[in-house]
Design a protein around this ligand. Structure first.
Ligand code: G6Q
Length: 548
């Protein structure tokens, strides 16, 4: 990271850090501590509390003053963010390296809406697929779509990876309390243990496979889908059963047909939906099967409310932009290399993994849109675990470690399941953690507790560790949609300010190509072309042990 920031020369883009707005931000330096800021402004909590749709966002425990906020907003305004946002919502090809529009926001437009992309209104297409999904979901849930032997569908196995897995898997867990359809299981890893675990105990006669792959060329997904098809056909004893038990979600009808799934049983989407932005498309079919079309509509409505907010609210009140700016403030000015996302909701346990992909695959770039190397750092490492589990593991480092790690806490007033007193305990932990991170415990306070002098330093909590609190009444389909859309737009705004194309993923494409190259070389007797000496030795090690 450091090395990159020292880059100089013609091929280096320094647009962000050479602006007068950026210099003004740097001049402001580090603000007074959170203790001091709260002590001098009794109104701070109210002034830095913002609303975004049904979400309440408390920014008061961040390193913010009115001057810093103003300077950050000026950085955003000077960055061309609003033009890029308008271009995205207008369907322009802002994914320049793939020459594509970026229109996940179109997936949640109401039926009466309209959005012309490359001369075609995409809203009727979106609703045609949503209607197709709804009809299928109703048929499965009501027992009209039956398995080959006449049994109703009890389990849905979603097969996909990356953007074709993380969204529906995370959302299914998050909305478990609303699931009244078939049970869903998710298979992504090419490790055979994944599909073996998913299939354990299932009856092929009542199992439906949803094979999700935008390209329908992804080796992990096709391998798992082939294994699933073999399992089904051998379990039912008739090849024709595939028609009742397999559907596909893809943009590639030809490859779906070649795999043996009737394209009639395919739910489409479009190249302007990026994998990591696709949970609101047909990629969300498993979720819809589980919670039903009406709740899926509420989920999309939540996204849409936040989309409107992101588009219309002025920069200094725009929660997505403010969260993006805070991330830039901590990363580019104060050297933070990671951020923790800490949902105090067990049902959101997959959210950190989902956000890891959303953020790191979008903004983990070192080259600007103009093709020049960036002189500034970009996306942080995103990580986290649900509270309170994290507290008994890594919070030690958050409280007393040596890194600056801004935290984003998420909590709810009402539990989705379980008794309220559990929720009271959960939320008290949440509030206490944010308080302790911000205000710490001084040496005097520790001494006043009777701690002996030789332990004092060990038991001091420096505090002044920034955090954001995102709150809502309950984890409903609508609120989940709002949360995801908020994070999508934070990532978008950061990418726009950093000047990166947040919508390509050449690093992922590299991995796909490399694995395909080595696979045939692992088999005993195959020729191994010259790799480096380490890779050659690793291949030899594997071949010597591989059961033949
Ligand atoms: C997401 C990425 C990546 C992708 C997977 C699966 O934005 O592009 O995670 O979703 O590689 O790709 P397919 O859907 O094409 O199988």
């Amino acid at each position: 990271m450091q090395a990159l920031s020292l880059l100089t020369g013609e091929n280096v883009q320094v647009e962000l850090t050479s602006t007068p707005q950026w210099r003004r931000l740097l001049e402001l330096g580090k603000p007074p501590t959170l203790r001091e800021l709260f002590a001098t402004d009794p109104d701070r909590a109210r002034r830095y509390r913002f609303g975004c749709a049904d979400l309440t966002v408390d920014l008061s425990k961040n390193w913010l003053t009115d001057d810093i906020l103003r300077a950050l907003v000026e950085v955003a305004d000077a960055s061309g963010l609003s033009d890029r946002r308008a271009a995205m919502f207008a369907g322009e090809h802002i994914n320049s390296t793939e020459d594509r529009a970026v229109l996940h926001v179109a997936l949640r437009l109401p039926r009466a809406g309209s959005l012309i992309v490359d001369g075609r209104d995409v809203v009727p297409d979106v609703h045609r697929v949503l209607d197709q999904m709804s009809a299928f979901a109703h048929a499965v849930r009501d027992g009209q779509h039956l398995g080959y032997t006449g049994r109703s569908i009890r389990t849905v196995v979603n097969i996909g990876i990356g953007g074709s897995d993380l969204g529906p898997a995370m959302a299914y867990e998050a909305l478990r309390s609303f699931a009244d359809g078939p049970e869903c299981r998710f298979v992504s890893n090419v490790d055979g243990a994944d599909i073996a675990t998913a299939l354990a105990g299932l009856n092929p006669e009542s199992t439906l496979f949803v094979v999700c792959s935008k390209t329908f060329t992804t080796i992990e997904t096709l391998t798992n889908a082939t294994t699933a098809r073999d399992w089904l056909v051998s379990g039912i004893g008739d090849e024709r059963a595939v028609a009742n038990h397999f559907v596909a979600v893809s943009t590639n009808a030809a490859a779906v047909g070649a795999f043996g799934i009737d394209p009639q049983n395919m739910f489409g989407f479009w190249d302007w939906v990026g994998g990591r932005y696709s949970v609101g498309s047909a990629i969300g079919l498993s979720l819809m099967l589980a919670v039903g079309p009406d709740r899926f509509s509420e989920f999309l409505a939540g996204f849409h409310t936040v989309d409107k907010d992101f588009l219309a609210v002025p920069t200094d009140q725009n929660v997505a932009v403010l969260l993006a700016l805070l991330g830039i403030w901590y990363a580019n000015v104060h050297g933070a290399q990671s951020k923790a996302v800490l949902p105090y909701s067990n049902d959101l346990r997959r959210l950190p993994a989902y956000l890891q992909q959303l953020d790191m695959e979008s903004n983990g770039k070192s080259v600007g849109i103009d093709g020049k190397l960036l002189a500034h750092t970009t996306g942080p490492v995103v990580w986290g675990e649900p509270g309170t589990n994290g507290q008994h593991a890594f919070y030690q480092l958050l409280h007393q470690g040596s890194w600056l790690i801004p935290c984003e806490f998420i909590g709810f007033a009402r539990p989705n399941r379980g008794p309220q007193h559990h929720q009271d305990l959960l939320m008290s932990n949440l509030f206490a953690q944010a308080e302790a991170l911000a205000f710490g415990k001084t040496s005097d306070e520790v001494a006043a507790e009777g701690v002996p002098p030789h332990q004092l330093n060990h038991r001091v909590f420096p505090g002044n560790r920034p955090s954001t609190m995102i709150l809502a009444d309950e984890l409903s389909p609508r609120i989940l949609g709002e949360l995801i859309a908020l994070y999508e737009h934070v990532v978008f705004a950061q990418g726009a300010i950093w000047g990166v194309n947040s919508f390509d993923q050449w690093g992922v494409e590299l991995g796909k190509a490399l694995a395909n190259r080595i696979t045939p070389e692992l088999v005993d007797g195959a020729t191994v072309p010259a790799h480096d000496s380490s890779t050659n030795a690793l291949i030899a090690w594997y071949r010597a042990r591989r059961p033949s």
